[in-house]
Design a binder for this molecule. Structure first.
Ligand code: MG
Length: 202
């Protein structure tokens, strides 16, 4: 299983990062050891600027490569919410030096994932809305309607390079509002008002 993460898929987040709008999708990978399916998150000692990025996550249902955008919808049926934890100080260093992002993005438990999966067909998917709270303060609001690249386009694009396999996860990018977490924080993510993910920072 692999975790494919999309970067800069919301214009408002690209703006807050002082990054240009992409003309084609940007993606990177996290290893399967990045997954955190239950329990709390322990603040790692290699960063002093750990940021949350709450994201809509799609589960791939079957193997595919060179997937046509018109058929991409056949490759997923479920979604949930996750966090793309980012060591922003390490990422900034990597960006400045032109180095790979894995130390900043791919570390153990950098991808907490809700245990609750929802069916795409049960929702007006384009208009679903997720909200992310830090200590019950609203920090992020995201929706597919604000994506720069829709899920079918992302699947088509990524599968040109990498074969998608059953159980692979696609993190679809984060909206504006990212920020640092501190030990003691309580994080919570909800979808159309339903809490899907709760996590303490320890
Ligand atoms: Mg992200």
């Amino acid at each position: 299983m692999k975790i494919i993460c999309i970067g800069r898929n919301y214009a408002d987040h690209a703006k807050e990062m002082n990054a240009a709008l992409p003309t084609q999708p940007i993606f990177f990978l996290k290893p399967d050891t990045a997954l955190l399916r239950e329990g709390d998150f322990y603040y790692p000692n290699f960063t002093k600027d750990l940021h949350f990025e709450c994201e809509l996550v799609i589960k791939i249902d079957k193997v595919g490569k060179h997937i046509d955008p018109a058929y991409a919808h056949k490759y997923y049926s479920q979604f949930t919410l996750g966090i793309d934890f980012t060591a922003r100080d390490l990422q900034q260093h990597c960006k400045e030096k032109g180095l790979p992002w894995e130390p900043a993005k791919g570390f153990d438990h950098s991808a907490p994932l809700s245990p609750i999966w929802l069916n795409v067909k049960d929702y007006d998917f384009q208009n679903i809305e997720f909200r992310f709270y830090q200590n019950e303060t609203l920090r992020q609001i995201g929706s597919p309607k604000d994506f720069i690249f829709q899920i079918d386009a992302l699947i088509a694009y990524v599968s040109q390079f990498i074969t998608l396999k059953t159980g692979d996860l696609l993190f679809t990018g984060t909206p504006a509002g990212v920020g640092p977490v501190q030990i003691g924080d309580q994080l919570r993510a909800e979808l159309n008002g339903q809490t899907l993910l709760e996590l303490a920072i320890k």
